[in-house]
Design a protein around this ligand. Structure first.
Ligand code: TMP
Length: 253
C-alpha cells in the first residue's frame, strides 16, 4: 500500500492527504505543548479524547447551522475534514477574564466580563502569536471588514452553543480559541469553522469548585491532564468506552 502524503504537521495534529480532492485526514497526536512548545510532554490518550470531543462539538455546531470542516470520524485518532485555506488568526472568545487577558490587565482570573469579548491573535509561532487589533487585520489584507464581521458573528454563536452545552454538564466556559478557513465554491467563498475544538483550546472550569478541566492543568502543573479531559468527555457522554459497557473487547470506530 502506498504511504499517504503528509500535508502539514503541527504541535498537536497532523494533516494527511484525504481520499478525495478537497479533503484531508486530521490525525490527533498525544503531544501536549505550552508556551510555544517550550514545555512538552506526551499524554497517553489525549489524541483519542480530543478526536472524540472535537467531533462532538463540530457536529453539534453543524446541527445549529454553523458550517464546519468536519466530515466524519474515521477511527480513534483520525477524522476526515474539508480542506480549507486557513486564515492565520486565532479567534478568541472570552466570557471570564483568565490567561493572557487577566495578566495583561491585572484582573483576577475568573472575573465575569460584562459581555463576551472577541479578540484576535496573528498565528505566527516565531512572533509568539501576538494580539492584533481588528484594524491591522483589515489594513494588512488578512481578512476584509465583511469577513471579520462574519467571523465575529460566528464566534459568538459558537460561544453561545459551547457555553450552553458546558453549562448543562456543570462546566463554566471561561474562554476558547477557534480558527476559521475559507472554502471556494464556484465564484463564491465561504467561511467555515476549522481546526479543532477541544480542552486544548478552551478554558473549562467546574461550576461548583472552579477546578480546571483544560490544558491549563498541563501549562500550570495542576495534576493529570488525561484525568481532566476524561472528566469532560465523561460528563458529555462521549467517552469511547461508552460504546462498550460489557467489558468485552469491542471495536470503537
Ligand atoms: P490566552 O488567555 O492564553 O490568550 O488563551 C485564550 C484561549 O485560547 C484559551 O482558551 C486557550 C486558547 N489558546 C489556544 O488554543 N492556543 C494557544 O496557543 C493559546 C496561547 C491559547
Amino acid at each position: 500500500m502506498a504511504r499517504r502524503k503528509l500535508v502539514y504537521e503541527g504541535k498537536a495534529k497532523i494533516l494527511y492527504e484525504g481520499p478525495e480532492p478537497g479533503t484531508l485526514v486530521q490525525y490527533f497526536k498525544d503531544d501536549a505543548t505550552a508556551f510555544n512548545a517550550e514545555k512538552k510532554d506526551v499524554i497517553d490518550g489525549k489524541g483519542v479524547l480530543n478526536n472524540r470531543l472535537s467531533e462532538f462539538f463540530m457536529t453539534g455546531l453543524q446541527r445549529i447551522g454553523i458550517p464546519t470542516h468536519f466530515i466524519k470520524r474515521l477511527n480513534m485518532r483520525e477524522q476526515l475534514i474539508r480542506q480549507v485555506e486557513i486564515i492565520p488568526l486565532e479567534v478568541i472568545v472570552r466570557n471570564f477574564a483568565a490567561g493572557s487577558m487577566a495578566k495583561r490587565l491585572g484582573m483576577e482570573e475568573g472575573t465575569q466580563l460584562p459581555r463576551p469579548i472577541v479578540e484576535f491573535s496573528y498565528k505566527d509561532d516565531s512572533l509568539g502569536d501576538p494580539l492584533v487589533p481588528e484594524e491591522y487585520i483589515v489594513a494588512l489584507g488578512w481578512a476584509s471588514q465583511q469577513d471579520l464581521d462574519d467571523i465575529i458573528a460566528m464566534a459568538l454563536r459558537v460561544n453561545d452553543f459551547m457555553a450552553g452545552v458546558m453549562h448543562g454538564v456543570g462546566i463554566k466556559l471561561i474562554d476558547f480559541k477557534i480558527e476559521i478557513g475559507r472554502v471556494y465554491e464556484g465564484d463564491f467563498m465561504r467561511l467555515i469553522l476549522a481546526d479543532e475544538i477541544s480542552p486544548d483550546s478552551c478554558r473549562l472550569w467546574d461550576i461548583e469548585t472552579n477546578e480546571k478541566l483544560d490544558k491549563d492543568v498541563f501549562r500550570r502543573d495542576l495534576g493529570s491532564l488525561s484525568d481532566a479531559y476524561t472528566e469532560v468527555a465523561r460528563r458529555l457522554g462521549v467517552l469511547p468506552q461508552n460504546n462498550a459497557p460489557s467489558g468485552k473487547p469491542t471495536l470503537v470506530n
